[in-house]
Write a protein that binds this ligand. Structure first.
Ligand code: UGA
Length: 448
């Protein structure tokens, strides 16, 4: 039987969950304090760029299964299931800031007028679900309810696809009644044989952190191997490819680059370190990952500086500002560190991104934003490719040679085939590939 569901928070996690749960046939009302955002959503417009989202949004609005409001109290009262999907941004001590979650929990306590299942989708430190359960038991001792932990594993840029085809669904619960309700909520996933993991609240919370910290570690591992490959003359793609053929390792998340970014890995790795500290458990591996990732982001500009001696007065074009392709999100993007380091060294920055320029402008209003890559590379001494947008794969080396002042390409994502660029006289600096300058190339060819 379909459920009446309220989703509090219409960020990446909340909005996709609201649209997806409505598409499963549930009646969903999504809440946000931001009236402007709610107005946009009511008109069927998505406030974020996420492939496929607009179609699902409009379809479910038209079908009358999805509604948006700023009235949290009303939405809670009318629902059997309340999803909390508000942001938990990084706090001061490494642990996430829980203010938004706390506010919603208070609102639930004020409006708990019938049995409800309260589902925490926001990423929260281990122990939070149990604390919320205790708080509500004290505040609403007369009223029956259950707390469920249902962490999210969506990736920005493919979150719609991920919602409908997750690798697994994790549900931490402490009652059979709540389990039954969650089974109904996600019945559509069960029908397509998505594995469900039913566990305790604490286990579900830790699964989320352990997964993200592991992926961040895997990326950091390949980044450090890439740095070594540059020095010893190895090709990291062949190394990663061969490693990935070992089923125990798997080929995913072995792409070297300028360091991981986004709203999740940086925050979640710091949070699990803080939780370890709180319980006196050694989390030195993840602590090191956090530090190594910062170094990786800074390394992009220090490598350039090594090659050019000084960046002062140089014009640097940066292609890609989002923390990865297919998103307009720039939170913790390596491009923020790169641009900061460039400005600090007195370089002139010209930037382009297909989707993320408006968000990047909030951090750097005064750099030169360009309509397209052609405009960005014009008169540049150096080109940095920082995000793996597909459109940058087809950069035209001839056009670049005609308009650029310099000949250095720093391809942090190894997006390009370097050969046609080197044939046009460019020096190519990838990640985990030995630096090759065009002069060297012609020497190599002569020898061969
Ligand atoms: C990540 C997880 O992948 C999701 O499972 C999780 O739900 C989400 O965090 C979250 O906690 O909400 P997301 O941050 O959207 O998802 O992005 P990823 O695709 O994981 O990429 C994160 C960063 O790692 C990006 O900067 C990306 O460029 C970088 N990355 C990823 C690499 O440098 N190399 C890789 O091989 C993979």
């Amino acid at each position: 039987m379909s459920k009446n569901i309220c989703v509090v928070g219409t960020g990446y996690v909340g909005l996709i969950a609201a649209v997806g749960l409505a598409d499963f046939g549930n009646q969903v009302i999504a809440v946000d304090k931001n009236a402007g955002k709610i107005k946009m959503l009511q008109a069927g417009k998505s406030p974020i760029y996420e492939p496929g989202l607009s179609d699902y949004l409009q379809r479910n609005l038209e079908a009358g299964r999805l509604a948006f409001t700023t009235d949290t109290a009303l939405a809670i009262r009318e629902s059997d299931v309340v999803f909390i999907a508000v942001g938990t941004p990084e706090g001061f001590d490494g642990q996430p800031n829980m203010n938004h979650v706390t506010e919603v929990v208070h609102s639930i306590a004020d409006n708990l007028d019938s049995y409800k299942v309260i589902v925490i989708k926001s990423t929260v430190p281990v122990g939070t679900n149990r604390r919320i359960e205790k708080y509500l038991k004290t505040r609403c001792s007369e009223q029956e309810f259950d707390v469920v932990s249902n962490p999210e594993f969506l990736r920005e840029g493919s979150s719609v696809q991920d919602f409908f085809h997750p690798d697994r669904t994790v549900i931490g619960h402490s009652s059979e009644r709540a389990k039954q309700v969650m089974f109904e909520v996600y019945r559509a996933l069960n029908l397509i044989s998505v594995p469900f993991l039913w566990c305790s609240l604490e286990t579900a919370e830790l699964i989320k952190y352990a997964s993200n910290a592991f992926l961040a570690t895997k990326i950091t591992y390949i980044n450090q191997m890439a740095n070594l490959a540059e020095e010893v003359g190895a090709d990291i793609h062949q190394v990663a490819g061969a490693m990935g053929m070992d089923g125990r390792i798997s080929a995913k998340f072995l792409h070297p680059g300028p360091g991981y970014g986004g709203s999740c890995f940086p925050k979640d790795t710091k949070a699990i370190v803080a939780t370890g500290d709180q319980y006196g458990v050694d989390m030195s591996l993840i602590r090191e990952v956090v530090e190594a990732n910062e170094k990786q982001k800074k390394r992009v500009v220090s490598r350039l500086e090594e090659k050019l001696d000084s960046l002062a007065g140089k014009t640097v074009a940066i292609l890609g500002l989002a923390f990865k392709q297919r998103t307009d999100d720039v939170r913790e993007s390596p491009s923020i560190t790169i641009v900061n380091e460039l400005i600090f060294r007195d370089a002139q920055v010209k930037a382009h991104d297909p989707e993320a320029m408006d968000n990047f402008k909030k951090h750097f209003p005064y750099i030169d934003y360009c309509e397209n890559w052609e405009e960005a590379v014009k008169d540049a001494h150096v080109l940095i490719i920082a995000t793996e947008w597909n459109e940058y794969r087809s950069l035209d080396p001839r056009k670049m040679r005609e308009t650029m002042k310099g000949n250095l390409i720093c391809d942090t994502r190894n997006l390009l085939d370097p050969r046609p660029f080197m044939d046009m006289g460019f020096d190519y600096m990838g990640t985990g590939r030995p630096f090759i300058n065009s002069k060297q190339l012609s020497e190599i060819r002569t020898v061969v």
